[in-house]
Write a protein of this length. Structure first.
Length: 261
């Protein structure tokens, strides 16, 4: 198999949660560009349908499935519809997540539960619903989105998001465990820990503030669509056929810094 063939996803179907906007949309489009048909799931129908139109313009099949991953019945309906579209789903990208900022010593239990419901329980619920078909077929790649926040603390004034950091740490632990459990069945499980990416969450930084932010990144910039697309396509494809249980950090070198400021 030639190197370009290793990254070729023609004949495979991916499901990307949070696929209507931001990093999730970039991932969905990147997988489609590599040849995959793509199911996009998320809460906003309009954003999902817009993503589907872009994917279909690339010549790939696509399906929008509006879903609240915090509702178990909707997760089961999503899995059933996705498996009716393609069985098995060859690539599952668990991207959907939320954060909630609040002072750590006054962090609301409601906020903790809402973050964990989506970032961990919703991720697990969909994985558990789709993994049996993967294991039965003896193939599949699951890519979970973690964060550099799972691997480093942050001062209160910088990162008052304790539940988010904890949830992403749990995602990495789950990734490692499932890689061992699913490996004998031919299913690989990996994660990606992104650093700062040029999404809507970065739009508040402009001018000198943006320049100061980027100066703290060893590569002197924030991540782009191509940066996350390349990483996910690698882990989803045969190029990573011998890679499982790994978290790939994609952060421009931030996590290599010490001390981190």
């Amino acid at each position: 198999m030639s190197t370009p063939q290793l990254f070729d996803l023609h004949g495979r179907t991916a499901l990307v949660t949070g696929g209507g906007r931001g990093i999730g949309r970039w991932i969905a489009l990147g997988l489609a560009e590599a040849g995959a048909d793509v199911v996009v799931a998320g809460r906003k129908r309009g954003a999902l349908e817009s993503a589907v139109a872009e994917i279909e313009a690339l010549g790939r099949r696509a399906l929008a499935l509006p879903t609240d991953l915090c509702v178990p019945q909707e997760v089961q309906a999503l899995a059933a519809a996705a498996l009716a579209f393609a069985r098995p789903i060859d690539i599952l990208v668990n991207n959907a997540a939320r954060t909630w900022a609040a002072p750590t010593l006054d962090y609301p239990l409601e906020a903790w539960d809402r973050v964990m419901d989506l970032n961990l329980r919703g991720l697990w619920g969909l994985t558990a619903a789709l993994a049996p078909a993967m294991c039965e077929a003896g193939r599949g790649s699951i890519v979970n989105l973690s964060s550099v926040s799972a691997r480093r603390g942050g001062f209160e004034e910088e990162q008052p998001v304790v539940a988010y950091s904890a949830s992403k740490g749990a995602v990495e632990a789950l990734t490692t465990d499932l890689a061992i459990k699913f490996g004998p069945r031919g299913v690989r499980v990996n994660a990606i820990a992104p650093g700062p990416f040029d999404t809507d969450m970065m739009k508040h930084l402009t001018g000198d503030a943006r320049a100061a932010h980027d100066a703290q990144v060893p590569l002197r910039r924030t991540g782009s669509a191509a940066d996350i697309q390349g990483a996910v396509t690698f882990l989803a494809s045969d190029a990573a056929a011998f890679v499982t249980g790994h978290t790939l950090v994609v952060d421009g070198g931030i996590s290599a810094l010490y001390p981190i400021r």
